[in-house]
Design a protein around this ligand. Structure first.
Ligand code: AMP
Ligand code: MG
Length: 345
């Protein structure tokens, strides 16, 4: 069942019903400010196993546990470092996930056998209301089929999971549109595992030194965050990033478009508002203005899905500076493109 939860007051009954499903061990898809989540009772191993089955998610890729406040923290983690308090005060609720030593009550299914657990307090009113009403922490990965771009609307969730979930709360489009920042606090120097809505610069301002993981270094050998080894965010068509001096990038994309059109191939583009007028292609997705990486990030996953729907044979994308939200944007683009980069000369 799909419930309209755009107006929190009107959605009270639906949130109660969704919370009841969580309490009984079922699955509920719900909006957060980052992407839609597929949630289950984080204390129940069988409930959590249902998430993995519904998504086709590999069992060794752990889930993020979503909470609505500090109560019950002692059951979830075995240690609360000072950095955690600092960051929670500043960035929770918000798009920051922190990895901490795991508490006894968290089943190994949630953490994929690791002795750490990932925690986040989301900023979306529907997500917070659901967690509070269920009176349980909710384990939730993104509500997409494993490997597909994360869902940023209720329609995306249905595209992937219709028939596999019991309840979907439709809270409208997600505002951040990329998954949360994941920060591992179990090392001496905090380790950024995944860039996201809370930027590296913000973390450095609060913590001083932060180590950054280069996710592309880990292909098959054990990576520090299990999720890193899997194909992610991938559109169906092969995707390439075109980088270099701006005017050269435009020329290179034009050239590749021409060559492929001659061969009868359909080309899809992911470009900026500034450059859209220079291009002709079978499908063009405009992410937004280069000056607003936040806006471009919020459109990325929807654009990737739209290019899939357009049935293109190949996708070309512009690249961006890796500062602020640009770091998270480039991280997802690189992974969607499986690190295929064309240098414009
Ligand atoms: P998703 O919810 O689909 O965005 O995936 C959650 C991400 O958090 C994955 O990349 C996981 O590998 C990562 N993650 C979850 N728990 C842990 C943990 N205990 N240690 C390191 N990474 C984690
Ligand atoms: Mg995911």
């Amino acid at each position: 069942m799909v419930a309209n939860a755009r107006d929190l007051k009107k959605a009270k009954k639906d949130i109660q019903q969704a919370a009841e499903i969580i309490r009984r061990g079922g699955l509920v898809a719900f909006p957060t400010e980052t992407v839609y989540g597929l949630g289950a009772n984080a204390f129940s191993a069988p409930a959590v196993e249902r998430i993995f089955r519904a998504k086709g998610r590999p069992g060794d890729n752990p889930l993020i546990v979503h909470i609505s406040g500090g109560e019950g923290l002692g059951e979830l983690v075995s240690e609360v470092p000072q950095n955690f308090r600092l960051l929670a005060e500043k960035y929770w609720p918000g798009p920051l996930t922190m990895v901490l030593p795991k508490g006894l009550r968290v089943p190994r299914e949630v953490t994929a056998g690791l002795d750490t657990v990932a925690l986040r307090m989301p900023q979306h009113p529907v997500a917070l209301a659901l967690i509070r009403t269920a009176r349980l922490p909710i384990a939730a990965p993104s509500a997409n089929l494993s490997g597909r771009p994360s869902p940023t609307t209720a329609e995306h969730v249905l595209e992937d999971l219709a028939g596999r979930i019991q309840f979907l709360l439709d809270g409208g489009p997600c505002t951040v549109g990329l998954e949360s920042t994941v920060l591992d606090l179990t090392h001496k120097v905090p380790l950024l595992l995944r860039p996201g809505g809370v930027t590296l610069e913000q973390l450095q301002e609060t913590l001083g030194e932060v180590q950054v993981l280069d996710s592309m270094e880990f292909k098959d050998e054990a990576p520090p965050s299990p999720g890193l080894k899997y194909r992610h965010y991938a559109p169906r068509a092969p995707m390439f990033l075109v980088e270099g001096e701006p005017s050269r990038v435009v020329k290179e994309i034009q050239k590749i478009c021409r060559e492929n059109r001659l061969k009868g191939r359909r080309v899809g583009l992911l470009v900026t508002e500034e450059n859209r007028a220079y291009f002709r292609a079978e499908a063009i997705e405009v992410l937004g203005f280069r000056s607003s990486p936040e806006e471009m990030a919020s459109r990325l996953f929807d654009s990737l899905r739209r290019l899939d729907t357009a049935g293109v044979d190949l996708i070309l994308a512009e690249t961006f500076e890796k500062t602020g939200m640009g770091l998270a944007l480039m991280n997802r683009l690189c992974r969607a493109a499986q690190n295929r980069i064309i240098k414009a000369r």
